[in-house]
Design a binder for this molecule. Structure first.
Ligand code: UDX
Ligand code: ADP
Length: 458
């Protein structure tokens, strides 16, 4: 069958996989190929056990795979056979050299750019999908424009705003699609090609176009604003705990102002995920690079509050449990950085586990989707960690339960049974405010929610 367009995506991760599956689903007239250097990942995408858990993704992939969606390890062939190339490889925070712990590590990106250059004999539109520091497109263009055989490359920025756990809906019905391009004749032509792809299912008014630098920056700023909201409410949760105010009530009253809005105001143990911290660090690095130290300090404080909130959670546990956790067994309900994903990247649960082990506690971890990743994250920690599928079994004989992830299943458990099987006095630290505190208190637990008065029996 002849396809109208041939589209490639390099990098089959949390962004590349779902995004391309959605394009394939919405545009049966296009052939979409996803390549990755990791053969295991590709084998998983080609199996019934996809490498990532995302509600609705299995159906999406099943409906399209081997019809107009293909997964392969042959990156070079992919480049040769496709003229529209999304790049969605990982861009982690640099761990070495200049900018270590701050700047983005662009080695995978640059490798990909060179690979595109080496394997291209026809004009290509190269689309940045990974979150990148501002002006990466320029670096990309510089590499591509060293082409000796006169091949033309147009670089576009098309940041992805999907959130994990809701990726399929976010892709199907996005708030907006952003496309940044050079404002030259060729740049605008390339931009129109991409607009045409999304216009297959996204209303035109939701497709925003901008210059390429605005597009790159908007992604960093969107994530920084979202993270800032979480840090703002988390900062207030500390004050609520001192003043007997209830952070949920405060958030409701504050969020009712339509200028502020009610979403993303849930106090928690802190934000995690692969994007927020990385993108803010990127923003901070960029500001410092341009000598904007006050601006950098402002955004850096969002991360400081996030670290503070995680440490505060552990300290609250310590204080409530008579200043010693040594030898005590603590069960973590959830390990993923949020509900409806198995992803644990930057999950606050990692920090909390490490700190509890430092206090010589024993940690039992349960999570419906993230235990495999939890095992990898904690592979080299010293101390006693157990991984248990069943939450009742995990909590058996524990001195405390700490809710790390807002999986709805934890709110629906039988807390009477959990209390019966717990060491006494029994504690619950609800790091997500999802439990019915009063009910847990009434069955016997001492309950410590975030940003609300504790309910204790002593
Ligand atoms: C985020 C952005 O939302 C998305 O647009 C971007 O493309 C990638 O980064 P993601 O990291 O998948 O998405 O999840 P998100 O829902 O934003 O949550 C991030 C973290 O903030 C999670 O740990 C979550 O639990 C926490 N959070 C979120 C809160 O603690 N409170 C809230 O009210 C909202
Ligand atoms: P994200 O959450 O941004 O999608 P992931 O880390 O989940 O990031 O996915 C990035 C993917 O990119 C990984 O599967 C990795 O193997 C792949 N990758 C990295 N470098 C290359 C490359 N040069 N060619 C092809 N794939 C690559």
């Amino acid at each position: 069958m002849e396809f109208e367009k041939n589209i490639l995506c390099i990098g089959a991760g949390y962004v590349g996989g779902p995004t391309m599956a959605m394009i394939a689903r919405q545009c049966p007239q296009y052939k979409v190929t996803i390549v990755d250097i990791n053969p295991e990942r590709i084998a998983q995408w080609n199996s019934n056990d996809l490498p990532i858990y995302e509600p609705g993704l299995d159906e999406l992939v099943k409906a399209t795979r081997n019809r107009n969606l293909f997964f392969s390890t042959d990156v070079e062939r992919g480049i040769r056979e496709n003229d529209i190339i999304f790049v969605s490889v990982n861009t982690p925070t640099k761990t070495f050299g200049t900018g270590a712990g701050m700047a983005a590590d662009l080695q995978y990106w640059e490798k990909t750019a060179r690979q595109i250059l080496q394997n291209s004999t026809s004009p290509k539109i190269v689309i940045e999908k990974s979150t990148l520091p501002v002006r990466t497109a320029q670096a990309m263009e510089r590499i591509l424009n060293t082409s000796r055989n006169g091949v033309r490359f147009d670089v576009l920025s098309n940041p992805e705003f999907l959130a994990e756990g809701t990726a399929v809906n976010d892709l199907k019905d996005p708030d907006r699609v952003l496309i940044g391009s050079r404002e030259t004749e060729d740049g605008l032509k390339a931009r129109d090609t991409l607009v045409e792809i999304f216009a297959n299912w996204v209303p035109r008014e939701k497709i925003i176009t901008s210059n390429i630098w605005s597009s790159e920056l908007s992604k960093l700023v969107s994530n920084a604003f979202l993270a800032q909201r979480v840090s703002s409410i988390n900062a207030i949760s500390a004050l609520c705990e001192k003043t007997e105010a209830d952070v949920t009530e405060v958030a409701r009253a504050v969020g009712a102002d339509s200028r502020i809005g009610s979403r993303f105001l849930n106090a928690s143990i802190g934000f995690g995920g692969s994007c927020f911290k990385k993108d803010i660090l990127n923003l901070v690095y960029l500001c410092r690079h341009y000598g904007l130290n006050d601006v950098a300090d402002y955004w850096e404080s969002v991360i400081k509050i996030n670290n503070y909130q995680q440490e505060r959670f552990v300290r609250n546990m310590l204080a409530a449990m008579f200043n010693t956790l040594a030898g005590k067994r603590i069960c973590l309900f959830g390990f993923a950085f949020k509900a409806n994903t198995g992803d644990t990247r930057e999950s606050p649960a990692i920090y909390v586990t490490r700190r509890l082990l430092e206090e010589h506690a024993e940690v039992v971890i349960t999570d419906p989707k993230a235990l495999n990743n939890a095992r990898i994250d904690l592979a080299n920690v010293q101390g006693k960690v157990l991984f248990v599928d069943d939450p009742y079994e995990a909590a058996m004989g524990c001195h405390a339960i700490a809710v790390m992830t807002e999986w709805p299943l934890y709110a629906d458990l039988d807390y009477e049974r959990l209390y019966r099987d717990a060491e006494k006095p029994a504690f619950i630290f609800d790091g997500r405010n999802i439990l019915d505190s009063r009910r847990c208190f009434e069955v016997g637990f001492n309950v410590f929610p975030i940003g609300k008065p504790a309910l204790t029996h002593f």
